[in-house]
Design a protein. Sequence first.
Length: 187
Amino acid sequence: MSNPEVLKPNGERSVEVADAAGEQLKKLQEQREKHTDQGERSGESLSSARRETEAAFSREAGKEKRSGGEPTGGVTHATKRQRKDSYSSTMRQIRSEMSVPARTFSKVIHNPTVEKVSDVVGGTAARPNAVLAGSVAATFMTLFVFLIAKQYGYRLSGFETIATFLLGWSIGLIYDYARLMLVGRRS
């Protein structure tokens, strides 16, 4: 069975195929020449654009210099005063959208003194592992103390939960600092 799409070779068809291939080759060569001409022109326009850009930067180079002499390139670092002003304006804008009690609370907790104390306490005493250990210890040890007191008929004062939390917190804090000393700070 013969495939109708496949042409059988003969002398006449070979000449037609050769002519078609020649025409296609001419078209490809014309396209290549056209693209080469366009590439040269775009190269010329690219170099002229580069010269214009360099000229514009050289005019502006005297205006924006760092202390080292190199141009800034648009990167500026905010000063401490600018950061403080930005923080204040952001807080004012946010507080204007808050209710009166929320605004008052925000003013208290964002007081610089309160923020510094909070940072120190958060980095030392209120470490997550210590608080977690204190909570777990308070839960289970208070339950244990309650069950013993219930069994033997003792009355509880209410300080048991606080005492067991402090005991668990101190154990968690010791564990946390020991791990920090042995393993080191993880990033």
